[in-house]
Design a binder for this molecule. Structure first.
Ligand SMILES: Cc1cc2nc3c(=O)[nH]c(=O)nc-3n(C[C@H](O)[C@H](O)[C@H](O)COP(=O)(O)O)c2cc1C
Length: 473
């Protein structure tokens, strides 16, 4: 897509509430129906109609049980608990849309690359190349305990495992099946038995590493993108290095433009060190929007939503993400950075000497009176479009991850009121191509597969074919 266009993602979770703490109690919110397929099909239709580039589904692998030392409050308040599997939604969302990209979160800490590579290949096949993977390393102790560990693997080691995980996945996706491996000849005079796949063009990968041993070949034939578009959101120094190496789209969070810009610039500089083009990575930030035809209506809706905002629910989430139990914390004392084994960048966002910031919990819970730790835009369509353009300019980002205050209502309002204004300004495309594009083509205006400066390309053909020694009989 042209640089002038704003990337537009919808941000959600397969849960009662995501980061819109407490809003599930509002009459307009439908996300409590997350266990009903019709809810998801309706959401895909709304996003397709609104021309969204992608829906991005967050995930975690445990109940949020840090606050107060248990999961009682997260369950009571429906804060990302209960939580259903996002990957299993993808085929249904793909079936209900033609153009919409579908980004789904999966952790490298608890999966096996051989199995996960097949899942993404399958979803990319079934969606016609519209799938993205949000790579996370996980941050919850409750996940570790339920997945056979006494405690989480150390923060930075999780990223070491993730690096190798990606290498294995690249080998499977890119270096196992040559493009012409699938012949699909049902039978001819020359080949009376037919030939589905040419075994000489399906290669072992023979991976022996610190974390994984995978001989291959990849069990599934290639999909349109081969490699799902890679999303990532690591914010710690090790996480930023990982993003700089692998990510194509990076999610950044934060309500203050200077902090977001610093994060973006750091990752861009690291990406250059990794040998990638300066614009190889695109950035989107999480924002909330409350829009109505007039400013007065928007403000009155915002005030109405604010009445449902559950600050304790936000604390339940922050506690789980950071690994710090905030249940007894003084809300007016500054939050202190700690080298926890969970999400370090969230604490750094609140206690950031470089950015001259030292927030109290009360500030962190509602910056500028908005929702949680994201920037919130309230107003008529022109004011919201102005605010978004200024925000993108100030942060150096390329687009937004729109959180829902109510779902699908927030996405419907944005589609009906803000998207036409963005189209008028040349910041969103006026139509869709006749033939749907893959997500990578859509976002980067390039080929469906990773570009040559991406590490996945090093494992692809013709390089792999040229160096391949053992061809199976
Ligand atoms: C917009 C955004 C979305 C995220 N979504 C998820 C998610 O769905 N699941 C998850 O485990 N972590 C998620 N994270 C957390 C990141 O993966 C990462 O752990 C976090 O930013 C901290 O960085 P660090 O791991 O490098 O310390 C998200 C972060 C951001 C900023």
């Amino acid at each position: 897509m042209p640089k002038s266009e704003i990337i537009l993602n919808a941000f959600t979770m397969n849960a009662v509430s995501h980061v819109n703490y407490g809003l599930w109690r509002h009459d307009e919110d439908q996300a409590f129906r997350h266990d009903d397929l019709d809810y998801w099909i309706g959401l895909a239709e709304v996003l397709e109609e609104g021309g969204f580039d992608a829906v991005f589904i967050a995930d975690a692998l445990g109940l949020l049980d840090t606050y107060g030392g248990g999961a009682a409050e997260s369950l009571r308040r429906g804060v990302q608990s209960p939580l259903s599997d996002p990957l299993l939604l993808v085929s249904a969302l793909a079936g209900a849309s033609r153009h919409l990209g579908i980004g789904v979160t999966v952790s490298t800490t608890y999966e096996q690359p051989y199995l996960l590579a097949r899942k993404f290949t399958t979803l990319d096949q079934l969606s016609g190349g519209r799938v993205a993977w949000n790579i996370v390393t996980s941050q919850l102790e409750s996940a570790a305990r339920n997945l056979g560990l006494e405690r989480q693997v150390d923060h930075d080691e999780r990223y070491d495992r993730a690096d190798e995980f990606l290498t294995v996945a690249y080998k499977l996706w890119q270096g196992s099946w040559e493009d012409d491996a699938v012949v699909a000849d049902k039978g001819s005079a020359a080949r009376p038995d037919g030939l589905y796949a040419d075994p000489a063009r399906v290669h072992a990968i023979d991976h022996h590493g610190r974390f994984f041993r995978v001989p291959g070949p990849h069990i599934a034939q290639p999909s349109p993108q081969r490699v799902p578009v890679l999303f990532q959101a690591g914010g710690s120094p090790r996480g930023q290095r990982f993003a700089a190496r692998h990510a194509e789209l990076v999610f950044v969070a934060g309500a203050d433009a200077a902090g977001v810009r610093r994060n973006v610039e750091t990752i861009r500089a690291l990406a250059r060190e990794e040998g990638r083009a300066p614009d190889a990575i695109r950035f989107v930030s999480a924002v909330a929007v409350v829009v109505a035809p007039t400013r007065a209506e928007a403000e009155s809706r915002f005030a109405d939503y604010r009445r449902f905002y559950d600050a304790t629910g936000a604390l339940v989430h922050y506690s789980a993400s950071t690994g710090v139990d905030f249940s007894d914390a003084d809300q007016d004392a500054p939050i202190r950075y700690l080298e926890t084994n969970s999400n370090r960048s969230l604490l750094r966002m609140f206690d950031d000497p470089d950015g001259g910031r030292s927030w109290t919990l009360r500030q962190a819970l509602a910056p500028e009176g908005g929702f949680g730790r994201t920037r919130t835009f309230v107003g008529d369509p022109i004011a919201v479009a102005d605010g978004l353009e200024d925000w993108l300019e100030a942060t150096g980002t390329d687009g937004i991850n729109l959180i829902h205050v109510v779902s699908p209502g927030s996405f419907v309002d944005f589609s009906r009121l803000v998207v036409p204004e963005l189209i008028r300004r040349g910041r969103r495309p006026a139509g869709r191509p006749e033939v749907p594009l893959t997500l990578r083509e859509r976002l980067f205006g390039a080929a469906p597969r990773p570009p040559v400066d991406h590490p996945a390309a090093r494992h692809g053909f013709p390089h792999r074919a040229a160096t391949s020694e053992a061809r199976p009989e």
